[in-house]
Write a protein that binds this ligand. Structure first.
Ligand code: R5P
Length: 307
């Protein structure tokens, strides 16, 4: 078994390899002055069970192209099986044709991964679980929610807790947390116009007055959805508002928005390189990824990891 790191998140791969008791595979990278990338595998990979970990961090296009080239290089070097682990799936929100003339880019990425040499993929907490079906190769879809729920138990008082979905799409996720934490549920209605990155929370189903809130979501990107939810929950009488969100993209104005908001704490994971901020508490997915990789390698079931 060999585990390779793309350039997007080498520290995560170091931690995964430390858990697995192996060193990351050796890769030489060159970027030529015409911007072409060369990737050279420096191990003997003939007949190896190779894993490549690349996450959807910026610069996203560079990381994607590097991944395609790395897969092609592994295939050309006769790796027996190549599994790509994508802790945060690139273009995951481009998962439907919601406007005329747009690409379903999450499906295109799936096609390109298979065309580049991936034999199977390992995904974590997709924005829409249906994205798993974009793959014709085997795709395992895992979740860091139990890990996050465990961290929530340490940080958030549970006695008067309501789990809040910041939009209808997060309702199932909220149910899952509510079951794990024995909490109640509320759902917000969110509006976003076109490509506008600032979402608006406009309505709420459920009661939050005098209670603590835990906003749950698959990702926090610019932080707009989250801070809108925090404002609305406070306006409806919430005591304290926390958040538990798997993918901490935290791009653009996100960190400033967190600083300015009344959010107590954001609990997230390192599926993307973690951002340092006093309100951000990061839980590592390295042991989970290591366990998944080890099980895939030996052909063992992974389902009991999230029941
Ligand atoms: C979208 O529906 C997702 O689940 C998140 O709510 C969204 O990606 C958050 O984006 P932002 O932080 O930019 O509002």
């Amino acid at each position: 078994m060999l585990v390779y790191a793309g350039s997007s998140h080498p520290t995560l791969v170091d931690a995964v390899c430390a858990k697995l008791g192996c060193a990351p595979g050796r890769v030489r990278r060159v970027r030529f002055s015409n911007d072409c990338i060369k990737v050279q595998i420096e191990d003997a990979v003939r007949d190896a069970d190779a894993f490549v970990v690349q996450t959807g961090a910026p610069p996203l296009s560079d990381h994607l192209v590097e991944l395609f080239i790395l897969l092609d290089a592994l295939r050309a070097a006769s790796a027996r099986r190549i599994t790509v682990a994508l802790p945060y799936y690139p273009y995951v929100r481009s998962d439907k044709k919601d406007e005329p003339g747009v690409s379903i880019t999450a499906r295109l990425v799936a096609d390109l991964l298979a065309a580049s040499g991936a034999d199977r993929v390992l995904l974590l907490d997709l924005h829409a679980p249906q994205v798993q079906g974009f793959f014709r190769i085997p795709a395992d879809h895992g979740t860091a929610v139990p890990l996050l729920a465990e961290a929530v138990r340490q940080v958030v008082p549970l006695d008067r807790l309501t789990v809040v979905a910041p939009d209808a799409g997060a309702a199932k996720l909220a149910e899952r947390y509510a079951k794990l934490l024995g909490a109640e549920i509320a759902i917000l209605e969110k509006a976003r116009s076109g490509d506008d990155e600032r979402a608006r929370a406009i309505r709420m189903v459920g009661d939050i007055a005098g209670r603590d809130a835990l906003v749950v979501d698959d990702e926090v990107s610019t932080g707009g959805t989250l801070v809108e939810a925090v404002d609305l929950l406070h306006a409806r009488g919430a005591r304290k508002v926390f958040a538990s969100i798997v993918h901490g993209c935290l791009v653009g104005p996100a960190l400033e928005r967190l600083s300015a908001s009344r959010l107590e704490r954001l609990i997230t994971t390192d599926t993307l390189p973690p951002k340092l901020h006093p309100k951000v508490h990061t839980v590592t997915v390295a042991p989970l990824l290591a366990e998944l990789i080890a099980r895939i390698h030996r052909g063992a079931s992974i389902d009991d990891l999230w029941v």
